[in-house]
Every structure is written in structure tokens, then in C-alpha cells.
Design a protein around this ligand. Structure first.
Ligand SMILES: Cc1cc2nc3c(=O)[nH]c(=O)nc-3n(C[C@H](O)[C@H](O)[C@H](O)COP(=O)(O)OP(=O)(O)OC[C@H]3O[C@@H](n4cnc5c(N)ncnc54)[C@H](O)[C@@H]3O)c2cc1C
Length: 507
């Protein structure tokens, strides 16, 4: 552990991807940076864990837009990640596969817009016009976003005009074929899709990046480890087991933060990488505008999930170089809404293999929505590596029952699946809450709503002169969204033109 400085130029709360990226940018500018992480492991959703000698990724499985000319390319080069994070291109013709119970077809999402159209035309031969319209709509919306297209002049940005479009409605406006609509929306677990609220721009930014190029990461913690290495090299300090329990501020600015261990950390500027509501809970809100405080306290969040991590027996389960989104209930826009006896409506399935020469997978991760209220009765418990505690026997029983339901659903997709399982582990909304600080375990932070876009809009710039926000709640979640959000945060400190020019050199 480094020696604490009396004062830092920049103090960052949370070492999620957003915190680390801001730390990198600012350390590279010669600022003294201190990153404070409550957990034993840095990275937030990039954390990995080992069970039974295999390593699982807790969150991020695949990223898009990494090829030259695409959205993440200049950023990954600037952050020294391009050659230091192992990744493999997913199947060009089917990086994602959408499937439905009682339908034998596997509907592929291919990489490259033309290929995307051609792959789906095999299943929907009369829908070329609709498919091309859909691709055109995605590209038209992505064009509007600053930082997404570095070479465009955004003096008159009109991002806002994209915020009030509904994902479900835009897709429906491209084709009247109901099945194709479902297939096009089929990977909406990537943003906790909800037909009544999900904006099209989120669908567009995410899909555009994957249609551009979709890469499976060997392990998500390679990103956080590489960033840590470089931040340290540039003189930055990163502290683990350093939970911020209080932000000490006047109505105008932050003076210092206080850690659970009693230490105080002073800084000239502060960046919070944690949820805005959590940030406001740590602040002294006296003297701050009540409307603003109330808004921050009442933000609605995306739903949570139950995740099953399976270690597979050697040489039993054939590896597929794609991700799968399987719908038991065909209403793809409503999988998050279920009643207790009809819980499992959709599954996201990711498999991995130890190396590219191997024909068989060694892990499989399956994820399904789960509401926080399903685990609320155990909410007073807390369990992480640093603060281990047994939750209770009925919680263990609950997890086992849900895991068995999920395994039964997987066995319908993959015959003899039971015989491939060596061991399994589970995560619930409480796991997500405890390990990342996500409110009620919400998967992707604040819920965005096309009906009321301003309500969920979070600026990186706060009313306090030296407090900024970053991470998935500013702009967008995911590796791409959080990267752009970090740029937006740092632009308030370093200037937009300066940062844009810097990045353009890596384009
Ligand atoms: C199950 C799952 C699968 C996903 N899959 C993908 C994917 O395949 N591809 C993709 O691009 N994205 C994916 N995402 C989304 C992506 O992982 C997140 O959007 C992104 O990692 C969030 O980064 P963040 O910077 O907002 O911080 P977070 O990851 O939320 O990290 C916040 C950090 O702050 C720390 N913290 C909280 N409170 C305090 C405190 N008081 N003091 C100190 N530290 C604190 C936390 O411990 C944590 O380390 C997935 C997310 C989930 C949940």
C-alpha cells in the first residue's frame, strides 16, 4: 500500500471501469490521483472470482466496436488496452444467437451490417427492406452522439432528439413481421430491455458496436489490472478495502472524504464513480437545492438478475463461439416482469473455453432477471470477501431451487446438460449489491425512459464546484458507455477540445 498523501489533485470514489479510466486520464496529465475502492478487488463489474480452480467473470463477457474506425478503437489504444487485453473475435456470422422455446430455428446476429442483413435474410427472406431500414435507423441515431464519432464536428449536437424514441416502437416501424421484431430485440438483456420504457438510442449504441465487431474477453479483470498497472506507473495511488462512508462538503465544494477505517482523504477535485443516489447519501445535503437532492434520491434503477456460474466437466459440452439469448416466453420486451410461479422467462447464456485450440467449453454462465423483492427478506445480511458472513439456510435453499430451475431450463436447450455439470455457484441481487454497491443489485444502474428522458439524465458536472460524477449512470452502461462517460467527466476538468484532439491521435 502506498503512503497516503496529505492532499491529492484528484480523489476518485470507486474503482469501477469509470473510476479507473478517469484515474488514467488524469494521472497521465501529471495530476496526483487517489482511487478509493471498498472491496478487496478493484474493477467493480470487471471483477472475477475463482471456484473449484476455474475463473469466472462476474459481469462483462463481450465488448464491441474495437476494430479500426469503430467507436472503442481510439479509446482502447489511448488507454493502452488494445494489446494488453486478450480477446477473441466471436463468430462473424452469429456473435449472438436468439432462440425461442418451441421454435427450432436459431436466429443469428452477424457482424458487419451487410452480413447482419444477409444472415437474417435466410430466416426472413421477404424482409430485406425491413432489415435495411433497421440498420439505417441504428446508424442514423449513432451519428448523433459526441465521442462516438470523433471525426464529426459537434458544434450543434442534437443527441437530445434521440432520447425520446422508443426501442420497441422504432423496431416495429421497420418491419411488421412480429417474429423478426423479436429477433431484432432479442439481445435486450444487454440493457434490461423494457417495451414500455427502453429508449432506442441505447439499443442503437450497443447493437452498432457489436455489429461492428464483437469480441469475447478472456477475462474482464485484464482491463482493470492493466489500468491499475499504468495508473501506478504514472504515480497514481489505488487503495482497496477503502470504503468512503462520508463526503465532507459545504454547499459549494467538497473538502475531504472519510473512510470506514477513520482516515480522511483531502483533494482539490473529487470524482464519484458510485451510483449518484449513493453519492448523495454520502454528502451533507444541507444547503443543496432540495429538488436536486430529491431527484437524486428517487432515481429508478434497472432490474437485477440471478446468475448461475457452472464449471463444466472436461470434454462434455461443445464450445459455441457465440452468446445465446433464449426466450421461454416469446414476449421479449417483458421478461423482467414475472410472477413467482413463472419466474424464468428468458436466459442469457455465455460459455468459455480454456484456450482457442480446445473444442469443449469449461464454463457456462446463465443469467435471468430477478427482482430485488425476491431476496428482500435477506437484505439485512451482507457478504463479500472482505466481510464474509453466512446469509441463512433458507437463502441457501432459495438459491438452490432457483439454480435447479435454471438447470432444468438449460437441459431443454442442451440435451443431457445435467451430465456436463461438475459444480455450480450462484449470484443473486444481493451479491450484485454487496460487490458493486449497486442499489438493489440493479444490473446497469439508472433506468432510462424514453417517456421522460430528462428524469434519468445525469450530468457529470454537479452543483458542487469540485465534485464530478462518472460511470454507467452518466451517459450509458457497458464498457463503451462507461468509457465515453469517463471522457465526458474528464472534459469538465481538462477541457473538451483538448481531450478530443488527444484522442483523435489514436483514431
Ligand atoms: C451481469 C452483468 C453483465 C454485464 N455484461 C457486460 C458485457 O458483456 N459487456 C459490457 O460492455 N458491459 C457489461 N455489463 C455492464 C458493465 O459491466 C458496467 O456497465 C460497467 O462495468 C460499470 O462500470 P462503472 O464504472 O459504472 O462502475 P461499477 O462497476 O459499478 O463499480 C463501482 C465501484 O465502486 C465501488 N464502491 C461502491 N461504493 C463505494 C464506496 N462507498 N467507497 C469506495 N468504493 C465504492 C464498488 O465496489 C465498485 O468497485 C454487465 C453488467 C452486469 C451486471
Amino acid at each position: 500500500m502506498p503512503q497516503l498523501k496529505e492532499e491529492y489533485d484528484i480523489v476518485i470514489i470507486g474503482s469501477g471501469l469509470g473510476g479507473l479510466l478517469c484515474g488514467y486520464v488524469l494521472a497521465e496529465e501529471g495530476k496526483s490521483v487517489c482511487i478509493l475502492e471498498k472491496n478487496a478487488q478493484i474493477g467493480g463489474n470487471l471483477q472475477t472470482f475463482k471456484r473449484d480452480k476455474v475463473k469466472f467473470d462476474s459481469g462483462v463477457h463481450y465488448i464491441g466496436g474495437l476494430d479500426k474506425g469503430q467507436a472503442l478503437y481510439p479509446f482502447f489504444r489511448y488507454f493502452n488496452l488494445m494489446d494488453n487485453v486478450e480477446k477473441d473475435l466471436l463468430d462473424k456470422d452469429a456473435y449472438d444467437v436468439i432462440s425461442f422455446e418451441n421454435d427450432k430455428a436459431h436466429y443469428p446476429h452477424g457482424q458487419g451490417y451487410e452480413n447482419f442483413v444477409q444472415q437474417l435474410l435466410r430466416h426472413f427472406p421477404h424482409e430485406e427492406k425491413g432489415l435495411r431500414k433497421y440498420c439505417g435507423e441504428i446508424q442514423r441515431i449513432c451519428e448523433k452522439f459526441e465521442w462516438y464519432n470523433l471525426d464529426r464536428d459537434y458544434t450543434e449536437t442534437d443527441e437530445m432528439s434521440a432520447f425520446s424514441l422508443s426501442a420497441k416502437q422504432v423496431i416495429a416501424s421497420c418491419t411488421s413481421d412480429q417474429k423478426l421484431q423479436k429477433v431484432l430485440a432479442g439481445s435486450n438483456l444487454l440493457y434490461a430491455g423494457d417495451g414500455e420504457s427502453s429508449p432506442f438510442y441505447i439499443h442503437a449504441l450497443i447493437l452498432d458496436s457489436y455489429i461492428g465487431s464483437a469480441y469475447k474477453l478472456k477475462h474482464s479483470d485484464q482491463i482493470s489490472k492493466q489500468l491499475r498497472k499504468d495508473i501506478k506507473k504514472m504515480g497514481g495511488h489505488i487503495f482497496i478495502d477503502a470504503e468512503v462512508i462520508k463526503i465532507n462538503n459545504t454547499p459549494k465544494f467538497v473538502e475531504y472524504v472519510e473512510l470506514a477505517g477513520g482516515e480522511t482523504i483531502r483533494g482539490k477535485q473529487f470524482i464519484s464513480n458510485i451510483h449518484p443516489t449513493q453519492t448523495f447519501r454520502l454528502l451533507n445535503t444541507e444547503g443543496l437545492r432540495k429538488v436536486n437532492v430529491n431527484r437524486m434520491m428517487q432515481l429508478e434503477n434497472t432490474t437485477s438478475a440471478f446468475i448461475l456460474y457452472i464449471k463444466l466437466k472436461p470434454n462434455t459440452f461443445k464450445f459455441s463461439n457465440c452468446n445465446r439469448y433464449h426466450f421461454i416466453d416469446e414476449d421479449v420486451w417483458n421478461a423482467h416482469s414475472y410472477d413467482p410461479d413463472n419466474w424464468l422467462k428468458a436466459l442469457a447464456i455465455f460459455n468459455s473455453r480454456p484456450n482457442t485450440q480446445t473444442f469443449y467449453a469449461h464454463t457456462l454462465t446463465a443469467m435471468a432477471y430477478m427482482k430485488y423483492e425476491d431476496v428482500k427478506r435477506w437484505e439485512d445480511s451482507f457478504n463479500t470477501t472482505l466481510s464474509e458472513s453466512e446469509r441463512s439456510d433458507d437463502y441457501v435453499k432459495f438459491k438452490k431451487e432457483r439454480a435447479e430451475e435454471m438447470i432444468a431450463a438449460l437441459a431443454k436447450i442442451y440435451p443431457d446438460f445435467d451430465s456436463c455439470i461438475e459444480s455450480y455457484y450462484t449470484a443473486t441481487p444481493l451479491t450484485q449489491r454487496d460487490y458493486t454497491g449497486a442499489i438493489e443489485g440493479g444490473l446497469y444502474g439508472i433506468k432510462k425512459d424514453f417517456n421522460a428522458p430528462v428524469k434519468s439524465f445525469i450530468s457529470a458536472n454537479t452543483k458542487l464546484d469540485n465534485l464530478f460524477l462518472t460511470g454507467q449512470n452518466v451517459i450509458l452502461h457497458g464498457v463503451l458507455g462507461v468509457t465515453i462517460s469517463a471522457m465526458v467527466t474528464c472534459q469538465f476538468i481538462l477541457g473538451k477540445k483538448y481531450m478530443l484532439d488527444k484522442l483523435k491521435a489514436f483514431a
